[in-house]
Design a protein around this ligand. Structure first.
Ligand code: MGD
Ligand code: MGD
Ligand code: SF4
Ligand code: MO
Length: 820
């Protein structure tokens, strides 16, 4: 880029490097750790990571949220990481072996001249980018002093720990905000407030948590006859699934992409459907109505495998046998609560006897109808939903989605008759204010057609689960409220969370780059400015670190020993310490340990890191299965024994009803602050997005619909500066349709200003036919100093749906003009 300017008052990237005294030289720290004794010579050869006599090989993975967690070998020579390679996986699992250029360039991230090297203290205005090197002692004393004072004056909840998806390490990470020994113990000992991510939550909360959908294992995609990349781009963002999509296609499967952008996945598709953003929910409901009207409903599946025949009362809750006078009985003990479960069976209308009967034993459960049981007015779930969505005809959806009616009918026909269908849903269905409804609607069409719970049929692709760990090791008490970070502006403004007083005095940012990756960046920055003291721990000077008072350097993944229980392959990641932490970097746990010491809380981390890791891993079950610390630390690949052949197909065992659900008896908001929950939160539903809808009067001023995508050469904001990746994708580009460009006198390569009432950014344009007219795509992952002005996240807003609280990255309108 010819010009750079950041939030740092005109401080360019070059002058930032000078300020921190960063130089490209690398301190060759002495190598440490164990050799890969269990790696057979043949295996090493096959992997291309063969170690010479002077080299050692360690197992690891990319730390960060690309979704893949490719098992990686890290080759170290004379204490320096010299190359990386993918790990060969044992037996049949080897089909999951993969690697990408972002993995190959990890060594550049370790030896990145931009890495934070020592603690820094802000010297100018907050956000001005003026820093001074300080000693660790000063950093720890200052932070402990600020935390101690805040806790004394305002209580533990005045400490807000704000994180996202940077790492799930059980020692240093922040899964769900506090699921690690480091952060979990600190937060629960203090009763600190957890500020969590809004990204992905439409899918995580509505689909996984509430509906209980886990999806089939990715390897099962090969069994699909039709694959739909619906609001997702597996070719570039789910690279670990793409190989299975390709294999299915080689076997004759049809690939359909529904996306306003002509993505790499669209390029390989048989059918491409350029939908208007934010309207998929209406498309799904119209498909449902067409399937019903054309008698394509899989009635046997609906009766036996779904909640369709369950009877609901007028208040929306299920009719149970206790309503008919049958006493509930005690079921098996719930291992989580230690309490016996209560068995109070759901009731259906048995058409064979024309009477209510327990769902489990009814001979012929009625799918439709209104009834009276023991004087209570009831109807089936299917009846209620069918009536509720009747208005969404094909023609109505055609208008909402800007698609031909025939396209919608054809999609419905294929979905109902050319299964099994594997839907690969990702964030195109998740980043609008109305997004969470998509997942109920999708579950409904899957229920109607039996497109779930069998080989090749899925509503999303699943993972290989989680390696079982001792989570009790994370807690020392109770955390304060767990709140989505985008409510921070509201909390700072009102001093309240719901009815409660809540003052945030200290903000600790870790495991995320919220001021680059969360929506509503300008509002978030204003909120952060109101906090008395801000700390950020990261490997580099991120957009979030820029707004801190003290910045703390943490090590790269290959410089720490930690364990990530999430299994993208059947192999959880044991991060081996391949080299010592470079410069003065310290792990989060080491930093928190020092602060806890100053606060007189030494006892929360009274064991060594290795002892703590053993406490998490060495459960009786894990040891009995041949897992545990010693097995992993030995450099072997440990398989997740709880992931079995059986767990490859989602047979709804995780749902409250043990059936495919598209109806929620008790819809619980994710952030509960006493808000009213509408009845429609229970069931398939469509409402406009917040900003992105056709007849929004705001379109007079801002006619263009916004969206973005997860770029091939980024993992969010990580590797924003990796040299080889920036050669491939040097700067942020705004995608604009050729017709929209022409109308605005904009030509290829021009600098443009994209703006709305939330904010603006100046960047280069990519004029293309590969995006629906009227839609623009903003880049995700570049840092403020990589734009000419502003940041594309400045165009997004903190507005969320109060039921699901998912960030609405794609729910904005904007205008684009040539930059003068
Ligand atoms: N290379 C790379 N891979 C990644 C990541 C990364 O940062 N980089 N991040 C990982 C993470 S955390 C995630 S959540 C996943 C995301 O995985 P995906 O969601 O598959 O990734 P995206 O590229 O965001 O694809 C979303 C697509 O939705 C489209 N879209 C936008 N609005 C709509 C809409 O209203 N309807 C429809 N139908 N489509 C719409 C966009 O044009 C875009 O092509 O990727 C993971 N993998
Ligand atoms: N406009 C737009 N915005 C988006 C999206 C989009 O599609 N468009 N996608 C959204 C999605 S789906 C997601 S998941 C989010 C991701 O949002 P984030 O999770 O905030 O994204 P990252 O850039 O990966 O930030 C992770 C940070 O954690 C740091 N980190 C890694 N390991 C550790 C550790 O052990 N300790 C500490 N202290 N830090 C560590 C990394 O160096 C990095 O700076 O972005 C969202 N934002
Ligand atoms: S960035 Fe993701 S896909 Fe690429 S090597 Fe790393 S873990 Fe694998
Ligand atoms: Mo995500």
């Amino acid at each position: 880029m010819s010009q750079t300017n950041g939030p740092s008052g005109g401080l360019t990237r070059r002058s930032f490097l000078k300020t921190t005294g960063a130089v490209a030289g690398v301190a060759a720290a002495a190598g440490s750790g164990m050799a890969l004794s269990t790696l057979a010579a043949g295996e090493a050869h096959a992997e291309g990571a063969a170690a010479t006599e002077t080299e050692q090989v360690f197992r690891s993975s990319c730390r960060g949220n690309c979704g893949s967690k490719c098992p990686t070998q890290v080759v170290v020579r004379e204490g320096k990481v010299v190359r990386v390679a993918s790990s060969e996986l044992p037996g049949d699992d080897n089909v999951r072996r993969r690697f990408c250029v972002k993995g190959y360039t990890q060594p550049q991230r370790i030896y990145d001249p931009d890495r934070l090297k020592y603690p820094l203290k802000r010297v100018g205005e907050r956000g001005a980018g003026e820093w001074e090197r300080i000693e660790w002692d000063e950093a720890i004393d200052t932070i402990a002093g600020k935390i101690g004072a805040a806790v004394k004056d305002y209580g533990g909840s005045s400490i807000g720990v704000w994180s996202s998806y940077g790492s799930y390490g059980v020692l240093n990470g922040a899964m769900a905000g506090y699921m690690s020994v480091g952060y979990g113990r600190f937060i629960t000992a203090l009763g600190a407030t957890v500020l969590g991510a809004g990204a992905d939550q439409a899918q995580i909360y509505e689909q996984s948590t509430l509906l209980g959908v886990s999806g089939n294992d990715a390897t099962d995609i090969v069994n699909a006859k039709t694959i739909m990349a619906w609001g997702g781009n597996p070719a570039e963002a789910y690279v670990h699934d793409w190989q299975f999509v390709c294999e299915a296609r080689e076997k004759g499967a049809k690939l359909i992409t529904i996306d306003p952008q002509f993505t790499a996945s669209a390029m390989h598709s048989d059918v491409y459907v350029p939908i208007r953003p934010g309207t998929d929910g209406a498309l799904m409901l119209a498909m449902a109505n067409w399937i019903i009207d054309n008698d394509l409903v899989d009635e046997a599946f609906m009766k036996q495998k779904t909640v369709s025949p369950f009877l609901v009362k007028e208040d929306g809750t299920y009719l149970r046998m206790s309503d008919l006078g049958v006493e509930p009985t005690e079921g098996p003990v719930n291992p989580q609560t230690g309490q016996p479960t209560v068995i109070d069976l759901n009731v259906v209308w048995d058409a064979s006897t024309d009477a209510p009967a327990p769902a489990a034993t009814a001979v012929d459960p009625a799918l439709l109808g209104q009834y009276e049981a023991a004087g209570i007015k009831v109807q089936t779930v299917y009846q209620k939903v069918k009536d509720g969505i009747a208005e969404y005809t094909v023609q109505k959806a055609a208008d909402i989605c800007d698609l031909p009616a025939e396209t919608i009918e054809e999609l419905a026909r294929v979905y109902a008759t050319e299964g099994p269908v594997a839907v690969l849903t990702f964030q195109g269905l998740g980043h609008h204010v109305n997004s969470h409804h998509n997942f109920k609607n999708l579950a409904f069409i899957a229920a109607l057609t039996g497109n779930a719970g069998k080989p090749g049929a899925m509503m999303t692709r699943g993972t290989c689960g989680m390696y079982p760990v001792n989570m009790k090791a994370y807690f020392m008490g109770q955390a304060g409220d767990n709140i989505t970070g985008m409510y921070l502006p509201q909390i700072m403004e009102t001093g309240k969370w719901g009815q409660k007083d809540l003052t945030i005095r200290v903000l600790w940012c870790c495991n995320g780059n919220m001021l680059s990756c969360e929506s509503g960046r300008q509002d978030l920055i204003e909120a952060v400015k109101k906090v008395d003291f801000v700390v950020c721990a990261d490997t580099s000077m991120t957009d979030t670190a820029q707004w801190a008072d003290i910045v703390l350097p943490i090590p790269h993944a290959y410089e720490t020993e930690d364990f990530d229980p999430i299994c993208s392959t059947p192999y959880p990641t044991f991060y081996h310490k391949a080299i010592d932490p470079l410069y003065e970097s310290k792990t989060d746990l080491e930093i928190l340990r020092a602060i806890a010491g100053k606060l007189g809380m030494d006892k929360i981390y009274a064991q060594s890191d290795e002892e703590l890791l053993r406490l998490v891993l060495d459960t009786e079950t894990n040891l009995a299965a041949g897992g545990g610390y010693d097995a992993f630390a030995d450099n072997k690949l440990g398989r997740n024994f709880s992931f079995t052949e059986d767990s490859k197909i989602d047979t709804f065992k995780a749902t409250a009803t043990q059936r495919l659900q598209y109806y929620l008896e008790k819809p619980m908001p994710r952030n509960n602050f006493g808000q009213q929950v509408a009845d429609y939160e229970r069931m398939p539903y469509y409402e406009n997005a917040h900003e992105s809808y056709w007849d929004n009067p705001l379109r007079d001023k801002y006619p263009l619909f916004g969206c973005s995508q997860h770029a091939k050469y980024h993992v969010h904001s990580q590797c924003a500066y990796t040299p080889w990746l920036r050669e491939l994708e040097p700067e942020p580009l705004l995608k604009l349709n050729a017709a929209d460009a022409k109308e605005r006198g904009i030509e290829q390569g021009d600098l443009v200003r994209v703006f709305n009432d939330h904010g603006s950014a100046v960047l280069k344009v990519l004029v293309t036919e590969g995006i629906k007219p009227g839609v623009v795509s903003i880049p995700h992952g570049f840092q403020a100093d990589q734009y000419v002005e502003g940041h594309t996240q400045d165009l997004t807003s903190v507005v969320m749906n109060d039921f699901c609280s998912n960030s609405a990255f794609y729910d904005f309108l904007c205008e684009v003009e040539k930059y003068q």
